[in-house]
Design a protein. Structure first.
Length: 182
């Protein structure tokens, strides 16, 4: 049998906002702050670029939404580097919440339900969301009320405090509910 090539999903590149610099600044007036942090006042972007060139640096628009936009005289490459570094640190410090799944059936035995309950409690203790699903096959689909009660009784056995994101809802294969730790 021939093996198929599977492409790995690409990692998302960091979205760092690009700032306009030097001749790309296209507004009539800008507020200029020089390399020492001193306020130089309002002037045209051409005059600001001249000040930046004399200092051997770039004129970078750091606050485009202000009126007039605020521009600083600084090294553009170094500025971009620090922006990407800050974005990476912010992304690394974010807490990622995973959704873990627990699947049940109408005929699942009590020992198996106990094992699944412990798994769900372990996931909730770690701070993850849990998606509890009850799967119905064939003629079981005629007894939706029993399936809903079975899923509710499973949720009642969980000892760790949790809250439901939504009520128990129907999907084509059965019922599901997402719970999160309190």
């Amino acid at each position: 049998m021939r093996r198929r090539f599977r492409r790995k999903p690409r990692k998302q590149a960091l979205q760092v906002p690009t700032m306009r610099a030097n001749e790309r600044i296209r507004v009539p007036l800008v507020t200029v702050i020089d390399e020492k942090g001193e306020h130089r006042g309002e002037m045209t972007p051409a005059e600001g670029c001249e000040i930046a060139r004399n200092a051997g640096l770039d004129l970078v628009e750091v606050s485009p939404k202000a009126t007039p936009p605020v521009c600083k005289v600084l090294d553009y490459g170094k500025f971009q580097y620090t922006q990407t570094k800050q974005a990476r640190q912010a992304q690394a410090s974010q807490k990622r919440v995973e959704t873990k799944g627990v699947r049940l059936g109408i005929r699942t035995d009590s020992h198996d339900l106990d094992f699944k309950r412990k798994q769900a409690e372990k996931f909730l203790a770690k701070g993850n969301k849990v998606k509890a699903e009850i799967i119905m096959r064939g003629r079981e689909k005629a007894h939706q009320d029993i399936a809903r009660e079975h899923l509710q009784s499973f949720l009642d056995t969980i000892e760790i405090p949790f809250k439901k994101e939504e009520e128990i809802k129907r999907f084509p294969g059965g019922f599901n509910v997402i719970i999160t730790p309190e």
